[in-house]
Design a protein. Sequence first.
Length: 293
Amino acid sequence: MSRTELNRRALMRAAAAGAMLPAFYPGMARAQEAQEGSAAYGHSVARWTFGSLELPALCDLAKRIGLQAIDLVGPEDWGTLKAAGLDSSMCNGAEPNLTDGFADPQFHGDLVESYRRHIDLVADAGYRNLILFSGNARDIDPGRGLANAEAGLKEILGQAEDRGVVLTMELLNSKVDHPDYMADNSAWGVELCRRLGSENFRLLYDIYHMQIMEGDVIRTIRDSHDCFGHYHTAGVPGRHELGEAQELRYPAIMRAIAETGFDGYVAQEFIPTSETPDDAAAALEEAVRICTV
């Protein structure tokens, strides 16, 4: 099924859910209408950024807005997503943390064991994307870290290909949020993608993180979009809402993504500054509106 068809069906489900559930903030209908006839990519939200909501409540909110998925959910909670009719747009749970990753061979044994188990879990659940991380450099040269990551990932890539799972490495900034993280620039990740040469390895291009590290977001998307299988959003600086108080021009970025033919997911990963559930929900609705082209 195409992403466009998935979007259409998800919107129909969201509209039905909205008819049965009382809206607790204005604008739900506008968000759903904005996605009618929009670009082929789907819309999601990262679970952890709305951590004040229990997962069933976040699922209700996502459906009211017209999202198709929740991001960064592990196996123990996939049943909740399935009951809500939502996709798990980026599965997690295989990684021990964000610092002990594939760039350092001392972690390869445990990582390979964990990822082999989770690749099967993801495939058996009918999902597609599984997140992973380079981890910290720990004085490893970037070239050596690249070779290490390539070697470690090749131990699990064949299984991912056989099971139809896309291993997705996130690019993170090492300047503000993740000191010493190895994959802190798009060039390093793109080179890893080229070396592996598999449709079952892609990068999570986090717009917030890469704006902090290197900027030039639209050019990077246009030049290397074949390596990008997933996108995250947030405002810079601060990792908050996508409105006019931050420096990124998200409508232009989303148009650039759409022009590449991308049909995966764009996931909102901003931390709401709003103190009330209603205001936080309105902020999410506004972010989806901004990112709908």
